[in-house]
Ligand binder design. Structure first.
Ligand code: NAP
Length: 433
Protein backbone atom coordinates (compact mmCIF):
# COMPACT_ATOMS: atom_id res chain seq x y z
CA UNK A 1 0.00 0.00 0.00
CA UNK A 2 1.26 3.48 -0.88
CA UNK A 3 2.41 5.53 2.09
CA UNK A 4 0.34 8.54 3.09
CA UNK A 5 2.19 11.86 2.78
CA UNK A 6 1.39 14.44 5.45
CA UNK A 7 1.14 17.98 4.05
CA UNK A 8 0.86 20.94 6.45
CA UNK A 9 -0.35 24.29 5.18
CA UNK A 10 -0.23 27.81 6.55
CA UNK A 11 -2.54 30.54 5.24
CA UNK A 12 -1.66 34.22 5.04
CA UNK A 13 -5.11 35.83 5.05
CA UNK A 14 -8.51 34.20 5.05
CA UNK A 15 -11.05 36.34 3.20
CA UNK A 16 -13.04 35.36 0.16
CA UNK A 17 -10.40 33.15 -1.47
CA UNK A 18 -8.86 31.82 1.76
CA UNK A 19 -12.37 30.80 2.85
CA UNK A 20 -12.95 29.08 -0.50
CA UNK A 21 -9.71 27.10 -0.18
CA UNK A 22 -10.59 26.16 3.41
CA UNK A 23 -13.96 24.88 2.21
CA UNK A 24 -12.56 22.95 -0.76
CA UNK A 25 -9.85 21.28 1.31
CA UNK A 26 -12.41 20.32 3.95
CA UNK A 27 -14.80 18.86 1.35
CA UNK A 28 -12.09 17.16 -0.73
CA UNK A 29 -9.82 15.96 2.08
CA UNK A 30 -10.86 12.32 2.00
CA UNK A 31 -10.87 12.07 -1.81
CA UNK A 32 -7.37 13.54 -2.04
CA UNK A 33 -6.24 11.16 0.69
CA UNK A 34 -7.70 8.18 -1.16
CA UNK A 35 -6.50 8.97 -4.67
CA UNK A 36 -3.31 11.00 -4.17
CA UNK A 37 -2.30 9.60 -0.78
CA UNK A 38 -1.86 13.05 0.68
CA UNK A 39 -3.26 14.12 4.00
CA UNK A 40 -3.58 17.91 3.71
CA UNK A 41 -3.94 19.69 7.01
CA UNK A 42 -4.23 23.43 7.66
CA UNK A 43 -1.98 24.25 10.61
CA UNK A 44 -2.09 28.04 10.99
CA UNK A 45 -4.03 30.96 9.49
CA UNK A 46 -2.89 34.56 9.72
CA UNK A 47 -5.72 37.04 10.24
CA UNK A 48 -5.72 40.69 11.24
CA UNK A 49 -8.05 40.23 14.20
CA UNK A 50 -8.93 36.81 15.63
CA UNK A 51 -12.27 37.78 17.16
CA UNK A 52 -13.42 39.50 13.97
CA UNK A 53 -12.27 36.55 11.83
CA UNK A 54 -14.23 34.10 14.00
CA UNK A 55 -17.34 36.21 13.62
CA UNK A 56 -16.99 36.57 9.81
CA UNK A 57 -16.26 32.86 9.35
CA UNK A 58 -19.24 31.87 11.48
CA UNK A 59 -21.45 34.10 9.32
CA UNK A 60 -20.10 32.32 6.20
CA UNK A 61 -20.70 28.91 7.77
CA UNK A 62 -16.97 28.17 7.97
CA UNK A 63 -16.02 26.22 11.07
CA UNK A 64 -12.44 27.52 11.35
CA UNK A 65 -11.15 26.45 14.79
CA UNK A 66 -9.90 29.30 16.98
CA UNK A 67 -6.59 27.50 17.68
CA UNK A 68 -5.64 27.76 13.99
CA UNK A 69 -5.84 31.55 14.00
CA UNK A 70 -2.91 33.85 14.67
CA UNK A 71 -2.23 37.58 14.32
CA UNK A 72 1.51 36.98 13.98
CA UNK A 73 2.81 36.34 10.44
CA UNK A 74 5.93 34.47 11.61
CA UNK A 75 3.66 31.82 13.21
CA UNK A 76 2.94 30.89 9.58
CA UNK A 77 6.13 31.76 7.68
CA UNK A 78 8.54 30.33 10.29
CA UNK A 79 6.63 27.32 11.64
CA UNK A 80 8.95 24.35 11.10
CA UNK A 81 5.98 21.98 10.62
CA UNK A 82 4.47 23.99 7.72
CA UNK A 83 5.62 22.92 4.26
CA UNK A 84 3.40 25.09 2.06
CA UNK A 85 2.45 28.71 2.73
CA UNK A 86 -0.63 29.92 0.84
CA UNK A 87 -0.96 33.68 0.44
CA UNK A 88 -4.50 35.08 0.12
CA UNK A 89 -4.14 38.61 1.51
CA UNK A 90 -3.90 40.52 -1.74
CA UNK A 91 -2.05 43.79 -2.41
CA UNK A 92 1.68 44.17 -2.95
CA UNK A 93 2.84 44.58 0.64
CA UNK A 94 3.15 43.09 3.18
CA UNK A 95 2.14 40.06 1.06
CA UNK A 96 5.37 39.99 -0.99
CA UNK A 97 7.60 40.37 2.09
CA UNK A 98 5.77 37.55 3.88
CA UNK A 99 6.01 35.27 0.85
CA UNK A 100 9.73 35.97 0.61
CA UNK A 101 10.15 35.18 4.32
CA UNK A 102 8.35 31.87 3.78
CA UNK A 103 10.48 31.00 0.75
CA UNK A 104 13.65 31.90 2.68
CA UNK A 105 12.45 29.50 5.38
CA UNK A 106 12.31 26.77 2.67
CA UNK A 107 8.54 26.63 2.34
CA UNK A 108 6.76 26.28 -0.96
CA UNK A 109 4.55 29.28 -1.63
CA UNK A 110 1.20 29.23 -3.44
CA UNK A 111 -0.36 32.58 -4.26
CA UNK A 112 -3.30 34.06 -6.18
CA UNK A 113 -1.85 37.55 -5.94
CA UNK A 114 -1.02 39.04 -9.36
CA UNK A 115 0.00 42.43 -7.95
CA UNK A 116 2.60 41.09 -5.51
CA UNK A 117 3.81 38.61 -8.12
CA UNK A 118 4.01 40.98 -11.10
CA UNK A 119 5.90 43.59 -9.06
CA UNK A 120 8.18 41.24 -7.07
CA UNK A 121 8.49 38.15 -9.23
CA UNK A 122 12.28 38.27 -9.64
CA UNK A 123 12.94 38.56 -5.89
CA UNK A 124 10.42 35.84 -5.05
CA UNK A 125 11.75 33.53 -7.76
CA UNK A 126 15.34 34.06 -6.57
CA UNK A 127 14.33 33.27 -2.97
CA UNK A 128 12.55 30.11 -4.13
CA UNK A 129 15.55 28.94 -6.16
CA UNK A 130 18.00 29.68 -3.32
CA UNK A 131 15.92 27.51 -1.01
CA UNK A 132 15.12 24.85 -3.61
CA UNK A 133 11.38 25.28 -3.11
CA UNK A 134 8.57 26.25 -5.50
CA UNK A 135 6.52 29.35 -6.18
CA UNK A 136 3.08 28.49 -7.61
CA UNK A 137 0.67 31.12 -8.97
CA UNK A 138 -1.87 29.45 -11.27
CA UNK A 139 -4.77 31.45 -9.78
CA UNK A 140 -3.02 34.79 -10.27
CA UNK A 141 -4.30 35.00 -13.87
CA UNK A 142 -7.71 33.92 -15.13
CA UNK A 143 -8.96 32.33 -11.87
CA UNK A 144 -9.59 28.66 -12.59
CA UNK A 145 -8.32 28.77 -16.20
CA UNK A 146 -5.08 26.75 -16.18
CA UNK A 147 -3.21 29.17 -18.44
CA UNK A 148 -0.01 29.31 -16.37
CA UNK A 149 0.42 25.56 -16.62
CA UNK A 150 -0.53 25.54 -20.31
CA UNK A 151 2.06 28.20 -21.16
CA UNK A 152 4.83 26.83 -18.98
CA UNK A 153 4.31 23.08 -19.42
CA UNK A 154 2.00 22.09 -22.27
CA UNK A 155 3.21 24.70 -24.75
CA UNK A 156 6.83 24.74 -23.58
CA UNK A 157 7.99 23.29 -26.91
CA UNK A 158 5.97 25.76 -29.00
CA UNK A 159 6.74 29.33 -30.06
CA UNK A 160 3.91 31.56 -28.89
CA UNK A 161 3.54 34.73 -30.91
CA UNK A 162 0.16 36.09 -29.81
CA UNK A 163 -2.06 36.20 -26.76
CA UNK A 164 -5.43 37.91 -26.49
CA UNK A 165 -6.96 37.76 -23.03
CA UNK A 166 -10.22 38.75 -21.43
CA UNK A 167 -8.56 38.68 -18.03
CA UNK A 168 -10.69 41.02 -15.98
CA UNK A 169 -14.18 39.81 -15.12
CA UNK A 170 -15.47 43.16 -13.83
CA UNK A 171 -14.84 45.03 -17.07
CA UNK A 172 -16.15 42.15 -19.16
CA UNK A 173 -19.33 42.18 -17.09
CA UNK A 174 -19.73 45.95 -17.53
CA UNK A 175 -19.05 45.89 -21.30
CA UNK A 176 -21.36 42.91 -21.80
CA UNK A 177 -24.24 44.70 -20.10
CA UNK A 178 -23.52 47.95 -21.93
CA UNK A 179 -23.65 45.95 -25.18
CA UNK A 180 -26.81 44.04 -24.34
CA UNK A 181 -28.75 46.88 -22.71
CA UNK A 182 -27.37 49.94 -24.53
CA UNK A 183 -26.87 51.69 -21.18
CA UNK A 184 -24.06 54.03 -20.17
CA UNK A 185 -20.90 53.01 -18.36
CA UNK A 186 -21.77 54.89 -15.12
CA UNK A 187 -25.17 53.24 -14.76
CA UNK A 188 -23.86 49.70 -15.27
CA UNK A 189 -20.84 50.31 -13.01
CA UNK A 190 -23.14 51.46 -10.19
CA UNK A 191 -25.26 48.35 -10.66
CA UNK A 192 -22.17 46.08 -10.70
CA UNK A 193 -21.04 47.70 -7.43
CA UNK A 194 -24.45 47.02 -5.87
CA UNK A 195 -24.20 43.37 -6.96
CA UNK A 196 -20.66 43.03 -5.55
CA UNK A 197 -19.22 42.53 -9.06
CA UNK A 198 -17.19 45.74 -8.90
CA UNK A 199 -15.21 47.11 -5.95
CA UNK A 200 -16.36 50.30 -4.18
CA UNK A 201 -13.15 51.78 -5.63
CA UNK A 202 -13.15 50.18 -9.10
CA UNK A 203 -10.02 51.90 -10.43
CA UNK A 204 -7.72 48.85 -10.61
CA UNK A 205 -10.29 47.02 -12.75
CA UNK A 206 -11.79 49.75 -14.93
CA UNK A 207 -8.48 51.51 -15.63
CA UNK A 208 -6.91 48.23 -16.75
CA UNK A 209 -4.25 47.88 -14.02
CA UNK A 210 -5.48 44.47 -12.92
CA UNK A 211 -5.38 43.20 -16.51
CA UNK A 212 -1.91 44.73 -17.01
CA UNK A 213 -0.45 42.90 -13.97
CA UNK A 214 -1.85 39.67 -15.35
CA UNK A 215 -0.65 40.36 -18.89
CA UNK A 216 2.89 40.99 -17.64
CA UNK A 217 2.87 37.48 -16.11
CA UNK A 218 1.37 35.83 -19.22
CA UNK A 219 3.65 37.63 -21.70
CA UNK A 220 6.79 36.79 -19.67
CA UNK A 221 5.91 33.10 -19.67
CA UNK A 222 4.78 33.04 -23.30
CA UNK A 223 7.81 34.90 -24.68
CA UNK A 224 10.40 33.44 -22.28
CA UNK A 225 11.70 36.82 -21.13
CA UNK A 226 10.70 39.32 -18.50
CA UNK A 227 7.89 41.67 -19.50
CA UNK A 228 7.29 44.04 -16.60
CA UNK A 229 4.14 45.88 -15.60
CA UNK A 230 5.88 49.06 -16.81
CA UNK A 231 6.14 47.57 -20.32
CA UNK A 232 2.37 47.38 -20.70
CA UNK A 233 0.52 50.18 -22.48
CA UNK A 234 -2.78 50.68 -20.68
CA UNK A 235 -6.17 52.27 -21.34
CA UNK A 236 -9.29 51.46 -19.33
CA UNK A 237 -12.98 51.46 -20.18
CA UNK A 238 -14.10 54.66 -18.44
CA UNK A 239 -14.20 56.64 -21.71
CA UNK A 240 -16.37 54.12 -23.55
CA UNK A 241 -19.78 55.42 -24.62
CA UNK A 242 -22.80 53.22 -25.21
CA UNK A 243 -23.11 54.73 -28.72
CA UNK A 244 -19.62 53.49 -29.68
CA UNK A 245 -20.56 49.96 -28.71
CA UNK A 246 -23.76 50.31 -30.77
CA UNK A 247 -21.97 51.77 -33.83
CA UNK A 248 -19.34 49.03 -33.60
CA UNK A 249 -22.07 46.40 -33.52
CA UNK A 250 -23.67 47.87 -36.63
CA UNK A 251 -20.31 47.41 -38.34
CA UNK A 252 -20.03 43.78 -37.13
CA UNK A 253 -17.80 44.21 -34.06
CA UNK A 254 -18.03 43.48 -30.33
CA UNK A 255 -16.15 45.48 -27.72
CA UNK A 256 -13.94 43.78 -25.11
CA UNK A 257 -11.20 44.96 -22.77
CA UNK A 258 -8.30 42.87 -24.04
CA UNK A 259 -4.83 42.19 -22.80
CA UNK A 260 -2.80 41.81 -25.99
CA UNK A 261 0.74 40.46 -26.23
CA UNK A 262 2.44 39.92 -29.57
CA UNK A 263 5.97 38.93 -30.45
CA UNK A 264 7.62 39.10 -33.84
CA UNK A 265 11.28 38.16 -33.66
CA UNK A 266 12.44 40.12 -30.65
CA UNK A 267 9.94 42.93 -31.11
CA UNK A 268 7.31 42.72 -28.41
CA UNK A 269 4.10 44.70 -27.96
CA UNK A 270 2.01 44.44 -24.83
CA UNK A 271 -1.11 46.47 -24.32
CA UNK A 272 -4.37 46.56 -22.43
CA UNK A 273 -7.19 48.60 -23.97
CA UNK A 274 -10.77 48.36 -25.18
CA UNK A 275 -10.73 46.47 -28.47
CA UNK A 276 -13.29 45.76 -31.15
CA UNK A 277 -13.27 42.14 -32.32
CA UNK A 278 -15.31 40.70 -35.19
CA UNK A 279 -18.58 39.39 -33.73
CA UNK A 280 -17.59 35.95 -35.05
CA UNK A 281 -14.34 35.84 -33.02
CA UNK A 282 -14.52 33.22 -30.21
CA UNK A 283 -13.57 35.89 -27.64
CA UNK A 284 -16.49 38.09 -28.75
CA UNK A 285 -18.88 35.51 -27.35
CA UNK A 286 -17.27 35.39 -23.90
CA UNK A 287 -19.80 37.33 -21.87
CA UNK A 288 -20.45 38.48 -18.33
CA UNK A 289 -17.75 37.95 -15.74
CA UNK A 290 -16.20 35.02 -17.61
CA UNK A 291 -12.53 35.15 -18.58
CA UNK A 292 -10.92 33.64 -21.67
CA UNK A 293 -7.44 33.52 -23.11
CA UNK A 294 -6.76 33.04 -26.80
CA UNK A 295 -3.27 31.87 -27.72
CA UNK A 296 -1.60 31.48 -31.09
CA UNK A 297 1.63 29.56 -31.51
CA UNK A 298 3.73 28.49 -34.46
CA UNK A 299 2.74 24.86 -33.89
CA UNK A 300 -0.37 24.78 -31.69
CA UNK A 301 -1.99 27.46 -33.90
CA UNK A 302 -5.22 28.94 -32.48
CA UNK A 303 -6.50 27.79 -29.12
CA UNK A 304 -8.71 29.26 -26.44
CA UNK A 305 -9.34 28.55 -22.78
CA UNK A 306 -12.41 29.90 -21.03
CA UNK A 307 -13.73 29.78 -17.49
CA UNK A 308 -14.47 31.58 -14.25
CA UNK A 309 -11.84 34.24 -13.70
CA UNK A 310 -12.99 34.95 -10.17
CA UNK A 311 -15.13 33.61 -7.35
CA UNK A 312 -14.04 31.83 -4.20
CA UNK A 313 -14.62 28.24 -5.30
CA UNK A 314 -13.35 28.36 -8.93
CA UNK A 315 -10.24 30.22 -7.74
CA UNK A 316 -9.86 27.74 -4.87
CA UNK A 317 -9.91 24.92 -7.42
CA UNK A 318 -6.88 26.42 -9.21
CA UNK A 319 -5.09 27.10 -5.92
CA UNK A 320 -5.64 23.58 -4.63
CA UNK A 321 -4.26 22.22 -7.91
CA UNK A 322 -1.09 24.15 -7.08
CA UNK A 323 -1.09 22.83 -3.50
CA UNK A 324 -1.34 19.24 -4.73
CA UNK A 325 1.41 19.83 -7.31
CA UNK A 326 3.62 21.43 -4.65
CA UNK A 327 3.03 18.44 -2.38
CA UNK A 328 3.58 15.76 -5.01
CA UNK A 329 6.22 17.11 -7.41
CA UNK A 330 9.32 19.25 -7.28
CA UNK A 331 9.43 22.96 -8.07
CA UNK A 332 9.14 24.18 -11.66
CA UNK A 333 10.88 27.47 -12.50
CA UNK A 334 10.37 29.77 -15.50
CA UNK A 335 12.74 29.16 -18.40
CA UNK A 336 14.09 32.71 -18.50
CA UNK A 337 16.31 34.78 -16.28
CA UNK A 338 13.79 36.39 -14.00
CA UNK A 339 15.11 39.89 -13.41
CA UNK A 340 13.25 42.96 -12.13
CA UNK A 341 14.21 44.62 -15.42
CA UNK A 342 12.61 43.89 -18.81
CA UNK A 343 14.34 41.24 -20.92
CA UNK A 344 17.27 43.05 -22.63
CA UNK A 345 16.74 41.03 -25.84
CA UNK A 346 13.27 42.47 -26.33
CA UNK A 347 12.50 45.70 -28.14
CA UNK A 348 9.20 46.97 -26.81
CA UNK A 349 7.21 48.90 -29.38
CA UNK A 350 4.37 51.36 -28.97
CA UNK A 351 3.98 51.62 -32.73
CA UNK A 352 1.98 48.47 -33.31
CA UNK A 353 0.07 47.62 -36.44
CA UNK A 354 -3.63 47.96 -35.81
CA UNK A 355 -6.92 48.88 -37.34
CA UNK A 356 -8.86 51.65 -35.64
CA UNK A 357 -12.47 52.60 -35.11
CA UNK A 358 -12.69 56.38 -35.28
CA UNK A 359 -15.70 58.50 -34.31
CA UNK A 360 -15.61 62.13 -35.31
CA UNK A 361 -18.04 64.91 -34.67
CA UNK A 362 -18.14 66.69 -38.02
CA UNK A 363 -19.76 69.81 -39.44
CA UNK A 364 -22.63 68.77 -41.69
CA UNK A 365 -21.37 70.44 -44.88
CA UNK A 366 -20.13 69.42 -48.32
CA UNK A 367 -16.42 68.65 -48.63
CA UNK A 368 -15.88 67.65 -44.98
CA UNK A 369 -15.50 63.97 -45.79
CA UNK A 370 -12.86 64.73 -48.41
CA UNK A 371 -10.87 66.82 -45.92
CA UNK A 372 -11.03 64.05 -43.31
CA UNK A 373 -9.82 61.50 -45.90
CA UNK A 374 -6.96 63.86 -46.79
CA UNK A 375 -5.74 63.99 -43.17
CA UNK A 376 -5.67 60.20 -42.91
CA UNK A 377 -4.34 59.75 -46.45
CA UNK A 378 -1.44 62.08 -45.65
CA UNK A 379 -0.29 59.55 -43.05
CA UNK A 380 -0.97 56.58 -45.36
CA UNK A 381 -3.93 55.49 -43.25
CA UNK A 382 -6.72 54.28 -45.49
CA UNK A 383 -10.36 53.93 -44.60
CA UNK A 384 -11.90 50.46 -44.87
CA UNK A 385 -15.54 51.12 -44.00
CA UNK A 386 -17.66 54.05 -42.96
CA UNK A 387 -20.92 54.74 -41.16
CA UNK A 388 -22.61 58.11 -41.42
CA UNK A 389 -25.55 58.92 -39.22
CA UNK A 390 -28.23 61.40 -40.07
CA UNK A 391 -29.39 64.00 -37.56
CA UNK A 392 -27.30 66.96 -36.48
CA UNK A 393 -26.58 68.09 -32.93
CA UNK A 394 -25.39 71.73 -32.84
CA UNK A 395 -24.80 71.53 -36.60
CA UNK A 396 -22.57 68.46 -36.29
CA UNK A 397 -23.04 64.79 -37.18
CA UNK A 398 -21.23 61.68 -36.00
CA UNK A 399 -18.89 60.29 -38.66
CA UNK A 400 -17.65 56.79 -37.96
CA UNK A 401 -15.11 54.75 -39.85
CA UNK A 402 -12.75 51.83 -39.48
CA UNK A 403 -9.26 52.03 -40.95
CA UNK A 404 -7.23 49.41 -42.73
CA UNK A 405 -4.23 48.19 -40.71
CA UNK A 406 -1.84 51.06 -40.03
CA UNK A 407 0.81 52.01 -37.50
CA UNK A 408 -0.54 53.34 -34.21
CA UNK A 409 1.55 56.50 -34.40
CA UNK A 410 0.41 57.19 -37.98
CA UNK A 411 -3.23 56.96 -36.89
CA UNK A 412 -2.53 59.37 -34.02
CA UNK A 413 -0.71 61.79 -36.32
CA UNK A 414 -3.60 61.64 -38.79
CA UNK A 415 -6.10 62.43 -36.04
CA UNK A 416 -3.91 65.36 -34.94
CA UNK A 417 -4.16 66.79 -38.48
CA UNK A 418 -7.95 67.18 -38.24
CA UNK A 419 -9.11 70.78 -38.34
CA UNK A 420 -11.20 71.32 -35.16
CA UNK A 421 -13.30 73.95 -36.92
CA UNK A 422 -14.76 71.20 -39.13
CA UNK A 423 -14.40 68.05 -37.07
CA UNK A 424 -13.11 66.75 -33.75
CA UNK A 425 -11.95 63.30 -32.71
CA UNK A 426 -14.44 61.92 -30.18
CA UNK A 427 -13.29 58.32 -29.94
CA UNK A 428 -10.60 55.96 -31.14
CA UNK A 429 -10.83 52.25 -30.39
CA UNK A 430 -8.40 49.69 -31.77
CA UNK A 431 -9.76 46.83 -33.86
CA UNK A 432 -8.17 43.37 -33.95
CA UNK A 433 -9.05 40.41 -36.13
N1 NAP B 1 -11.74 37.29 -5.34
C1 NAP B 1 -11.45 36.59 -6.43
O1 NAP B 1 -12.35 36.11 -7.11
C2 NAP B 1 -10.03 36.36 -6.83
C3 NAP B 1 -9.73 35.63 -7.99
C4 NAP B 1 -8.40 35.37 -8.32
C5 NAP B 1 -7.40 35.88 -7.50
N2 NAP B 1 -7.73 36.60 -6.38
C6 NAP B 1 -6.65 37.09 -5.52
O2 NAP B 1 -6.73 36.43 -4.28
C7 NAP B 1 -6.24 37.28 -3.25
C8 NAP B 1 -7.28 37.39 -2.14
O3 NAP B 1 -8.48 37.95 -2.66
P1 NAP B 1 -9.83 37.93 -1.81
O4 NAP B 1 -10.91 38.20 -2.78
O5 NAP B 1 -9.90 36.74 -0.95
O6 NAP B 1 -9.63 39.24 -0.91
P2 NAP B 1 -10.31 39.50 0.50
O7 NAP B 1 -11.66 38.87 0.56
O8 NAP B 1 -10.19 40.96 0.76
O9 NAP B 1 -9.39 38.70 1.52
C9 NAP B 1 -8.14 39.12 1.93
C10 NAP B 1 -8.05 38.82 3.42
O10 NAP B 1 -6.72 39.04 3.86
C11 NAP B 1 -6.78 39.84 5.04
N3 NAP B 1 -5.54 40.58 5.19
C12 NAP B 1 -5.08 41.60 4.44
N4 NAP B 1 -3.90 42.04 4.92
C13 NAP B 1 -3.62 41.27 6.00
C14 NAP B 1 -2.56 41.23 6.93
N5 NAP B 1 -1.54 42.09 6.85
N6 NAP B 1 -2.59 40.31 7.91
C15 NAP B 1 -3.62 39.44 8.01
N7 NAP B 1 -4.67 39.42 7.16
C16 NAP B 1 -4.66 40.32 6.16
C17 NAP B 1 -7.98 40.74 4.81
O11 NAP B 1 -8.41 41.30 6.03
P3 NAP B 1 -9.25 42.70 5.98
O12 NAP B 1 -10.48 42.42 5.18
O13 NAP B 1 -9.51 42.98 7.42
O14 NAP B 1 -8.37 43.70 5.31
C18 NAP B 1 -8.97 39.76 4.22
O15 NAP B 1 -9.60 39.00 5.22
C19 NAP B 1 -5.91 38.61 -3.94
O16 NAP B 1 -4.55 38.65 -4.24
C20 NAP B 1 -6.75 38.57 -5.21
O17 NAP B 1 -6.19 39.33 -6.24
C21 NAP B 1 -9.01 36.85 -6.02
Amino acid sequence: MQQIKQVSLGFLGCGNIGGGVFRLLRDMHDELLARDHIDIVIRKILVKDIEEALEINARKGLDVPRELLTENASDVTQDSEIQIVCEFMGGEQPAARMMEAALNASKHVVTANKVALALNWAQLQAAAERSGVGLWYEASVGGVIPIIRVLSVNLESDRIDRIYGIINGTTNYILTRMTQEGKDYGEILADAQKLGLAEPNPEADVEGMDAAYKLSILASLAFHGRVTYGNIYREGITGIQAEDIAFGREMGYTLKLLGIAKRQGNVVETRVHPTFLPASHPLARVDGSLNAIFVHGAFCQDMMLQGRGAGDLPTASAICGDIVEAALTGPRYPTFENTPEPCPDFTFTDNWLTRAYIRLSAVDAPGVLARVSECFGAESVSIASMLQKEGTVNGRVPLIFITHPAREQAIRRAAARLDPSICTLEQMIRVEE
